[in-house]
Design a protein around this ligand. Structure first.
Ligand code: AP5
Ligand code: MG
Length: 225
């Protein structure tokens, strides 16, 4: 009887969380989102990765946007809206690189309500160093940098694919991306002021992940074993 009671009264805790990670280019959004998605078992959606896949596959969308990405400008809000609709689950996700404009933020609000916005910040000197050192795997998209070097130079540890510099990691485009962020995306910090969690991104990835998990834990969101 007792056993049955336990089963009947056992609480099933289902955590449904929806995050955005905001932050300038190269501040470590992708790295943090990857760590959080593993520890909290959330889906990591990077609009930058989705767009680069379109470019790599030379799809009709990819051909349209290649030039925009290589200049460090933003793809149009309408194109991004369609792409996101196809890839956004109902719950348990981290959005990395979306929204990036006020219009995208209001579009998102119409389809899903976000719980928290992690605002990851770094100083420009660090950002420029990180982006200049970044290499990505052409095949599996793993990210390397001065913090994670591959065992064999130019070769991905995970799949043996070739490591390349991202097309938008040239000094000129990095500069444009920082300007674009300041003008079009930074106003979102104020837009989301009730939901913002500020995180100092100038530390090692392990420290940044630890601080973020602690902040989330304080809000009742625990890492899953
Ligand atoms: P996107 O791919 O999102 O690029 P981004 O915002 O410029 O940011 P990055 O991916 O360059 O940097 P990150 O913050 O993810 O840093 P990472 O973890 O890689 O977007 C690309 C383009 O797509 C945009 O410019 C735009 O054209 C278009 N686009 C995307 N979304 C759009 C939208 N919503 N609307 C319109 N257009 C859109 O880290 C960087 C490097 O540093 C790596 O080498 C990493 O290993 C290293 N690193 C990371 N963290 C640390 C750390 N804590 N310490 C030391 N090194 C670290
Ligand atoms: Mg990224």
């Amino acid at each position: 009887m007792d056993g049955k009671k336990n089963i009947l009264t056992k609480k099933v805790v289902i955590i449904l969380v929806k995050f955005i990670i905001l932050g300038p280019p190269g501040t470590g959004k992708g790295t943090l989102a990857d760590g959080l998605s593993k520890r909290l078992r959330l889906k990591h959606i990077s609009t930058g990765d989705l767009l680069r896949t379109e470019v790599k596959n030379a799809s009709s969308l990819g051909k349209k946007i290649e030039n925009v990405l290589s200049k460090g400008e933003l793809v149009s809000d309408n194109l991004i809206k369609d792409l996101l609709k196809k890839n956004l689950p109902i719950n348990d996700f981290i959005l990395d690189g979306y929204p990036r404009t006020l219009e995208q933020a209001t579009d998102l609000e119409k389809i899903n309500e976000i719980d928290y916005v992690i605002n990851l910040q770094s100083i420009s000197e660090i950002i420029i160093k990180r982006l200049s050192a970044r290499r990505i795997c052409l095949n599996c998209k793993s990210v390397y940098g001065s913090n994670i070097l591959p065992i064999v130079r130019g070769v991905c540890d995970k799949c043996g694919g070739s490591l390349i510099r991202r097309a938008d990691d040239s000094p000129k485009t990095i500069e444009n991306r920082l300007i674009t962020y300041k003008k079009q995306t930074e106003p979102l910090i104020n837009y989301y002021k009730e939901k913002i969690i500020n995180i100092d991104g100038n530390n090692t990835p392990e420290i940044v992940l630890g601080i973020t998990l602690k902040e989330l834990n304080d809000r009742g969101i625990e890492a899953r074993a």
